[in-house]
Design a protein around this ligand. Structure first.
Ligand code: CA
Length: 224
């Protein structure tokens, strides 16, 4: 069955471009042109993916994403203009799973769409890879290249969260929410401590750093 994609974009030219391209790829596409209509469409009949513009009349994309996120797990690909790429969008505090800066090539969008749909489908996936790092959630084994790495439960959970969101900036708040599960307080430095542990274990064989600090925001799993 064709996967359904909901587009929420007020620029008709872009909405048409997306609808045509995605329909051609075999997706079932619905287009709405403002936040409220989009939100209603998503709630009435949950799509497999939402493509959401940040700048919308009425409810903006960040607000739509927040409300969508509180109601379900539909992946959200956010579209944003270059000058409005804020840490909010990047860090997906808003609830977006990925973002794309306008203007973009259709092929690039399609790759993101496929990745997000795959990620959602692969909820029972147990092996994750990034660069030379691999992590298996069924055996709880972690390795870099061929080198086995022993992690504590929290270190493992933290690395698992990073590898589920490769290359994305994860804010400190988001990481605390997901890994520690309750408000640890902005004063806590436990995250920094765990990042230090993880880095020293991941880099014990002199491998290049994979967990990068994003100053003032948080951390990202990416190559230097
Ligand atoms: Ca717009």
């Amino acid at each position: 069955m064709a996967e359904r994609i909901l587009i929420i974009e007020d620029e008709i030219k872009i909405a048409d471009f997306l609808r045509r391209g995605l329909a051609y790829e075999g997706y079932k596409v619905e287009v709405t042109n403002d936040g409220e209509t989009g939100l209603k469409a998503a709630r009435d009949n949950a799509p497999d993916l939402v493509i959401l513009d940040v700048m919308l009349p009425g409810l903006d994309g960040l607000e739509v994403a927040r409300r969508l996120r509180s109601g379900g797990e539909t992946p959200i690909l956010m579209l944003t203009a270059k000058d409005t790429v804020s840490d909010k969008v990047k860090g997906f505090d808003s609830g977006a799973d990925d973002y794309l800066v306008k203007p973009f090539a259709f092929e690039e969008l399609l790759a993101r769409v496929k990745a997000l749909l795959r990620r959602n489908k692969a909820a029972d996936q147990t092996t994750f890879r990034f660069a030379d790092l691999s992590l298996d959630t069924s055996t709880r084994e972690v390795s870099r290249g061929g080198r086995k790495i022993d992690l504590t439960t929290k270190e493992f959970d933290l690395l698992h969260f990073f590898i589920l969101h490769p290359r994305q900036v994860l804010s400190r708040e988001l990481i605390y929410d997901r890994i520690w599960g309750y408000d640890f307080g902005g004063e806590s430095n436990i995250l920094e401590v765990y990042i230090r542990y993880l880095r020293s274990k991941l880099e014990a064989g002199n491998e290049p750093r994979l967990i990068q600090t994003v100053r003032g925001v948080g951390y990202a799993l990416r190559e230097e």
